[in-house]
Design a protein around this ligand. Structure first.
Ligand code: SF4
Length: 469
């Protein structure tokens, strides 16, 4: 009998022993399960990571990390113990090979990027940009992106309990880094949130609100509850999705009594109104699904909300194989009751080339993961095309694989094209990482298009064939 390309094995969520790290040898289970303890012991810099891991880890690793923080990082470091503990789960820092395993670890690769992870030939695509999805251009009121006809994205706050190296909202979210000064909201939070509710009350065509940030777990619960409750008072709002990576990164927050009781009240109100609330989380690797994550997801389902879904990000060196995506999806579904939903291609932000995959690679992965999971739980791999929105990777309308330029069309106008009669006739480009192209394509970007391996080459826009035509 010939083996299948993927072999399913049920995996139960697993919590590695945190006491293997020298800095946590005395940490009790009660501390570990406390959201307050987790928030107070996040690792925020090289010094704290060195203290936690002890002398077993090579100094070269910390130097590599420090250089990345100074020269490349678009996000500052913020890693909750819960997430750190899922790195190199079978080994202690004193074990031989720990440093190599840390370099190779998928969670480390996106939460604690080091300089040597990044491309040196093309660290950024010439078209990479802050706010690469142009969300701020589409703000109907500050922080409320109205991109799709019936849906809006509400960015309530610019912070999270954890900062991911590849964050697509690197323009707005997190603390400044040596290379990135962050955009600041101009209006006070409560005024912004009131303006959002006012806009939705006056815009009955919107039925679906993604409540995001940042991460809603960083908003004091009473403020989040009053905002969601006000959304439920808007007659046209039928779907509310709360975006929180913290369901995985800080499940202790979602397990707290205050949050569970509040979610029960919101779920009951939603049911009365015939509306639904779901939590959308962001898990990229199977190792991240620990028993506490499973408990938090089930606690939220028990409150009566409709669903907990996962939107991961497809990242090279993290989850860029069919086996990694399927292992993650099955662990979410079997172990935690979380619905695999999307994998986004990593967006074209600065210094992200080493994480990004080409559209062709994403198409191959989508093909390879079909047929194993139930259809309703088979995640779609999507490309968030600037000025278009999410497209399934097979929806590309034209694809120049030599230059790595894919062209996409759309069937609605975004907030910035309300009066543009040609918006639906255009093709919108998306760009593969240049180093994945055949040599002729790389030469074109280097020579014919006049682009060196620089961070930004604006004059290139005029030379891309058929883009924005
Ligand atoms: S949790 Fe989401 S918003 Fe926060 S840093 Fe990570 S990707 Fe960005």
């Amino acid at each position: 009998m010939i083996e299948q390309p993927y072999s399913y094995q049920r995996r139960d969520p697993h919590e590695p022993d945190w006491r293997r790290f020298p800095g946590w040898t005395d940490v009790t289970t009660a501390d570990w399960e406390s959201a307050q303890w987790q928030r107070a012991h996040c690792v925020k810099n090289v010094r704290q990571l060195r203290e936690l891991l002890g002398p077993g880890v090579s100094e070269a690793f910390f130097a590599d990390l420090g250089r990345d923080q100074r020269e490349r990082a678009t996000m500052s470091m913020l890693v909750p113990p819960q997430m750190l503990n899922t790195m190199v789960s079978g080994q202690a820092p004193d074990d031989p090979g720990f440093t190599d395993a840390l370099y190779a670890d998928p969670v480390r690769r996106y939460m604690i990027p080091v300089f040597s992870d990044r491309r040196t030939d093309w660290p950024s695509h010439p078209y990479a940009s802050r706010d690469s999805l142009h969300e701020a251009e589409m703000w109907a009121v500050e922080g409320l992106t109205h991109r799709y006809p019936t849906k809006v994205l509400a960015e309530l706050l610019p912070t999270c309990p954890q900062y991911c190296g590849h964050c697509t909202r690197m323009d707005l979210v997190g603390n400044p880094t040596p290379t990135v000064v962050k955009h600041k909201f101009g209006t006070a939070r409560d005024d912004r949130l009131s303006a959002m509710i006012g806009y939705l009350g006056a815009t009955p065509g919107v039925r679906d609100v993604v409540v995001s940030g940042g991460d809603v777990a960083n908003l004091p619960w009473p403020r989040l509850e009053s905002f969601v409750s006000a959304l439920l008072d808007v007659d046209s709002v039928r779907d509310i999705r709360l975006a929180s990576k913290a369901l995985m990164g800080l499940p202790q927050h979602w397990l707290s009594g205050e949050v569970r009781a509040g979610m029960e009240r919101l779920a009951a109100k939603a049911r009365e109104r015939g509306a639904s609330i779901a939590i959308h989380t962001h898990v990229n690797t199977a190792a991240s699904v620990t028993p506490l994550v499973a408990r938090a997801a089930r606690a939220m389902l028990d409150t009566g909300i409709r669903d907990v879904r996962n939107q991961g990000v497809l990242l090279r060196g993290v989850n860029d194989s069919a086996a990694a995506l399927l292992d993650l999806s099955f662990t979410l579904l079997d172990g935690a009751g979380i619905m695999p939903y999307y994998f986004y291609m990593c967006d074209m932000i600065p210094a992200s080339e080493h994480w990004r995959l080409s559209v062709a690679e994403a198409q191959r992965l989508q093909h390879q993961i079909m047929g194993y999971l139930p259809g309703f739980a088979t995640p779609r791999i999507v490309c968030d095309v600037p000025y278009v929105g999410k497209r399934w990777v097979h929806q590309v309308s034209r694809y120049d694989t030599e230059r790595g330029i894919s062209y996409w069309t759309k069937n609605y106008r975004t907030g910035v094209e309300a009066g543009d009669p040609l918006a639906l006739d255009r093709e919108y480009p998306y760009y593969d990482p240049i180093y994945t192209l055949p040599e002729t394509g790389q030469t074109w970007w280097r020579d014919e298009a006049g682009a060196g391996p620089a961070d930004s080459v604006p004059e290139l826009a005029a030379k891309i064939p058929a883009a924005h035509s």
